[in-house]
Design a binder for this molecule. Structure first.
Ligand code: GLU
Length: 296
């Protein structure tokens, strides 16, 4: 593995590249240049229904148009399901996973019943209720019977057990800032996520699992991304500990907002690079827009 600093820009090709992406890609490029390092491009396309080759082609074209360069080869996650499977097998051998059968509707009902009875149900940083984990206690036989019945299931991490098995406490080095200014040595709190999905019902991996596997396989030393993923780092650090993967440095940057103070999104066509280009902005104009909001 190279001893150069390795950065990566890792968009999901499930919509148009917008100004927020351009900002993140540019920041990665600038930081890699400053460190005389490398910047990789990774397409996080495990969701094979929402990610399309059309969006992917557009993203690559938009990045080219902006003049943001990366080192080849581009890694497409959908071509590496075997790598994620190996990591999943390892966690399975450590008995940290269980098959989870509840549908979204089941979870909603379960949580509504608890909350209706006056209990406060924990929610993750994105506001989703923690998985009830009813299958955690099932015997191997019960699990096998359910799997054998053909009912769709996801593999979930038993986060409490996982935390007990990993180093305690776990930290990361934050060179940027979290949503409320967190910086420096940050203590990971993976249990805020509850029992996350590591392999989905329809896809043999998940965002959390594939991102840590890829960052390690690609030798990424510096992760520069939006602070909407700041809390996800807690889960990534736990998985890195369990899988004995190296710890990258993290730099979360602020998110560009629209005129209403909302985070830019892929559905917000106005700030897509294509739209800006169609409105007559040059690549330099777009990069200047990114630069002008570049307080990191
Ligand atoms: N694919 C993720 C996204 O587009 C970014 C993942 C990461 O940088 O860790 O939001």
């Amino acid at each position: 593995m190279s001893d150069k600093d390795i950065f990566r820009f890792a968009p999901s090709p499930n919509g148009a590249l917008h100004l927020g992406h351009a900002y993140s890609a540019l920041l990665n490029r600038q930081m890699a240049d400053k460190a005389h390092g490398t910047m990789l491009l990774r397409l996080e396309d495990i969701d094979t229904t929402r990610c399309t080759t059309e969006y992917e082609m557009q993203m690559l074209q938009d990045l080219h148009w902006l003049g943001i360069q990366w080192s080849e080869p581009v890694r497409r996650q959908s071509a590496h399901f075997d790598d994620y499977r190996q990591a999943l097998d390892r966690l399975q051998a450590m008995q940290l996973l269980y098959p989870a059968f509840l549908t979204r509707g089941d979870i909603r009902k379960f949580v509504a019943a608890r909350e209706g009875a006056g209990f406060q149900w924990p929610r993750d940083p994105d506001g989703a209720p923690h998985y009830p984990g009813v299958e955690r206690q099932y015997s191997t036989g019960q699990r096998q019977d359910l799997i054998g019945s053909g009912k769709p299931f996801a593999w979930r991490l038993d986060v409490k057990k996982a935390c007990a098995m990993a180093d305690d406490p776990i930290f990361w080095e934050e060179l940027g800032r979290g949503p409320i200014g967190q910086t420096g040595r940050i203590k990971a709190e993976p249990s805020i996520w509850g029992d996350v999905i590591l392999a989905r019902k329809d896809v043999p991996t998940s965002y959390h699992l594939s991102v840590v596997v890829d960052d390690a396989l690609q030798g990424v030393s510096d992760i520069v991304r939006g602070h909407d993923l700041f809390h996800a780092t807690s889960m990534h650090r736990l998985l890195q500990c369990l899988l004995e993967l190296p710890t990258p440095r993290y730099h979360h940057h602020r998110l560009l907002q629209d005129g209403f103070g909302r985070k830019l999104s892929k559905s917000d066509g106005d700030t897509s690079i294509r739209q800006l280009r169609a409105r007559g902005l040059s690549a330099d104009d777009v990069l200047a827009l990114c630069e002008s909001s570049q307080t990191i």
